[in-house]
Write a protein that binds this ligand. Structure first.
Ligand code: RIB
Length: 319
């Protein structure tokens, strides 16, 4: 792997998404007919890599796919986007990751993932990637891969002062010693409360912003410095201990049709803008704008906006 200059490193999952758009979700035991089916490229890691490169940053993706039709299609697609995929491993002994996604007429979704090769990425697979981790401007991980991989990468990144982001999705308990090595965590509201609870804190009862503020302050006391809570159609909330600030970034009103990958869009663009040198507030605003575009389109990677679209909307809103 060769990558010179500034770049975002994404290590994570790549899935083939099998999407079913229908009026409503079935209840257990029920069959709902009349839906529309599409197949598209997904996986939280690969989605974030596409969001990062489309928003203008050189991007390297490391992960594992099966040596099967889905795996080769996913790799070809990422390479066509311009992403450096030379660190992706094709494993002949396991199938590629697949996600079955139901989307209702309100744009809400339910996702069930068979991780396949994603869960076979082990820390030994990273032995040739030390340079690429150490020289990244920003490294971003999610939780569809093994904890041992997450631990290893954040260990290297924190020693070399690489800006590190953990998107704790889907939520799993994370040891505090790993969290302390991360610069920014980006849970959604639900993941934030699960994380808070997993670290032994009691639930807070106040209104949304007060509650998030208190929960974030609790997490700061554990050594977690920057928390960005994504709130869907309510925007996001930033708690930045370093600068002693907490603020809300307002939602942008749009007609959402499909929220699949919107969180990944936010994360990929956040990483991309931080690697370009934006401060936290500006990078978060760009990420929020980008996610508001993504929800107006179908699919995960197919919904990621390009830099000219993000910049145009950002100028309309903030300048
Ligand atoms: O965040 C959305 C993604 O979650 C989908 O693309 C699906 O593959 C699952 O990983």
């Amino acid at each position: 792997m060769k990558n010179e200059g500034k770049y975002v490193l994404v290590v994570g999952s790549s899935n083939m998404d099998l999407n079913m758009y229908s009026k409503r979700f079935p209840t257990p035991g029920e069959t709902v007919t009349g839906g529309t089916f599409t197949q598209s490229f997904g996986g939280k890691g690969a989605n974030q890599a596409v969001a990062s490169i489309r928003s203008g940053s050189n991007t390297v993706f490391i992960g594992k796919v099966g040596n099967d039709t889905f795996g080769t299609q996913m790799l070809e697609h990422l390479a066509n986007e311009g992403i450096d995929t030379s660190g992706v491993i094709l494993d002949p002994d396991i199938v590629s990751g697949v996600a079955i996604i139901l989307i209702d007429s309100k744009g809400q979704n339910m996702i069930s993932v068979a991780p396949g090769a994603n869960k076979k990425l082990v820390k030994e697979d990273l032995k040739d990637a030390t340079d690429i981790i150490e020289n990244a401007t920003v490294v971003i991980l999610q939780m569809e891969i093994r904890l041992e991989v997450i631990r290893e990468i954040f260990g290297i990144a924190s020693e070399k002062k690489v800006i590190s982001i953990l998107n704790p999705a889907p939520f799993k308990e994370i040891p505090l010693e790993v969290l302390k090595k991360v610069d920014i965590i980006t849970p959604n509201e639900n993941e934030l409360y699960k994380l808070h609870n997993s670290l032994g804190f009691k639930e807070q009862q106040e209104n949304l912003h007060e509650k998030i503020s208190k929960v974030a302050n609790d997490l700061h006391t554990c050594g977690i410095n920057t928390i960005i809570v994504t709130l869907g159609n309510k925007g996001c909330f930033v708690s930045d201990r370093k600068n002693g600030e907490q603020y809300h970034v307002s939602a942008i009103q749009v007609s959402a049709i499909d929220a699949v990958g919107a969180g990944d869009c936010f994360n990929g663009v956040l990483a991309s803008r931080l690697s370009k040198g934006d401060n936290l507030r500006t990078a978060t605003r760009y990420a929020n704008v980008a996610a508001s575009i993504a929800v107006t389109r179908t699919g995960a990677q197919s919904s990621m906006p390009f830099w000219n679209e993000i910049e145009k909307k950002f100028i309309e809103l903030y300048e």
